[in-house]
Every structure is written in C-alpha cells, then in structure tokens.
Design a protein around this ligand. Structure first.
Ligand code: C5P
Length: 235
C-alpha cells in the first residue's frame, strides 16, 4: 500500500447535524485534507444519500459505521455500505473472529473494496471501566494490541487506536497495517473533551498513518487554513 503524506493524512469528521452543513464544510476543506469522515450522527440525520451529496468534494469517504453484530448481519451491512463507493469502513473488533472474517470477506467481494478498519477499545473507556463494567481484565494498551492482532489475523486492513497506543500496535502488526488515530490536537489547540491527546507530529512519529482531526479544523474561523497549517506540521 502507498503510505499517505502531509495533507493526505488528515481525515476531517463531518460532525454536523444535517447534510447541508456537511456539504458546506466539505467544500471548505476540499483540497486541504485527505478524506472526510461520516459518523453516526450525520448518517442517521441524512441517510446514505449523504455519500452522493459529498461526491462533489472529490474527497474519499470514511464511513465510521462501527458495525458490531452477528457475522451474517455485519456481512450484509458491509455489502450494503460498499455500494456507496466508500474509501474506508469500520467494524468493532470486539465482535470476534467470525464477525471480523465475515466483514473482511464481504468487503473484499465489493466492486470497489474499501479499507476495512477495526475499532479496538473506545478511548472513552479507561482501565476501571474495562475491568469493572465490561469484565475485561487486561489493561487498555494490552487489550488494544490483542484486538489489533485479532483484526489482522482475520483479514482487516488496520485499526483505529489512540496515538498513545500507535507505537505498540505498529510494533505488533508491522509496517503495512493501517493505523487511524483520533485524539489529535495541535500544540496550540484547546483540548475540548479529549483527554489522552498527542500532537499531529507525535501521532505520526508513533506510527499513525491517518489522523482524525475535528474541531481544531472544523471550528476554526478558516477551516482550510487550519488544515493547511496542521498538514505543514507533519512529515
Ligand atoms: O473534534 P475532535 O478532533 O475531537 O473529533 C474527533 C473525531 O474522532 C470525532 O468524530 C470522534 O467521534 C472521533 N473519535 C474519537 N475517539 C475515538 C474514536 C473516534 O474522538 N476513540
């Protein structure tokens, strides 16, 4: 796989409540970022028609679907989603090996196979929540590496992880595995509700391929200029 560089690494989440706002934001950042992310809020507000509406931006689309169900149901959802010409799609690794294999098989069979990415451990879960609420004894870092290895063995192309986990996943899964990291903040930016953050350059140094960066770009007075400034900090 060709590894991304500079602005190609930036994925902007369209965390807005309707299609018109999403298209406006996509138009603003087009040319300055590598891809757009459609998450559950926008998808449920606008339906799959949003993928067609974003086509004018000419940016690849990451559908952050976070699928998690029995293998047959996830395979069907992957088949349906891939008809929209997606660049990247994700599923929860905690669905287990049979689910991950079914998802990978469905993705590979698509006319335009997307990169299939696994969500490891949500960054909103800490060690206490994993242990006391979910009954997972492993520390978050060990659990992330465990799930990344599982995803790789089942044929996924990569995982989502925090920048703080990227180096360990890179060491475990090798140079070709695709690492997508949210929780990235330029040194000068407000952290907002993100707690475990890294700067863009630190995330890349840790092994991240793609950085999901939202509010430092989308809430800036000039989103295109903010994206260009971040891209200039990379590589
Ligand atoms: O605005 P901000 O840069 O915090 O946005 C980060 C994006 O990445 C949001 O769309 C958020 O839902 C997503 N995300 C995250 N942490 C994860 C997984 C996804 O912040 N662990």
């Amino acid at each position: 796989m060709n590894k991304p560089h500079g602005a190609q690494r930036l994925i902007v989440p369209l965390d807005v409540p309707d299609a018109a706002s999403a298209v406006r934001l996509a138009t603003q950042v087009s040319g300055q970022v590598g891809a757009l992310k459609v998450g559950l809020e926008l998808f449920n507000a606008s339906g799959p028609a949003i993928f067609g509406e974003l086509a004018a931006s000419e940016l690849p689309i990451f559908y952050d679907a976070k699928l998690h169900d029995i293998p047959n149901t996830v395979a069907g959802a992957v088949r349906a989603a891939t008809q929209h010409g997606l660049w990247m799609l994700n599923v929860h690794c905690s669905g287990g090996a049979a689910m991950l294999r079914a998802a990978a098989e469905a993705a590979r069979a698509a006319a335009q196979p997307p990169l299939l990415i696994g969500v490891t451990v949500l960054t909103s879960l800490d060690a206490a929540a994993l242990r006391d609420e979910l009954g997972v004894a492993a520390e978050p870092l060990a659990q992330v590496v465990h799930l990344a290895r599982l995803a790789q063995a089942c044929g996924l192309d990569g995982v989502v992880c925090s920048p703080r986990e990227a180096a360990a996943v890179r060491a475990a899964c090798g140079p070709e595995f695709v690492l997508v990291t949210p929780g990235v903040r330029p040194a000068s930016a407000d952290l907002q509700d993100q707690k475990r953050v890294a700067t863009p350059a630190a995330a890349v140094a840790a092994g991240a391929d793609y950085l999901v960066i939202g509010r430092p770009i989308t809430a800036a007075p000039d989103p295109a200029a903010a994206a260009a400034a971040i891209a200039a900090e990379l590589d």
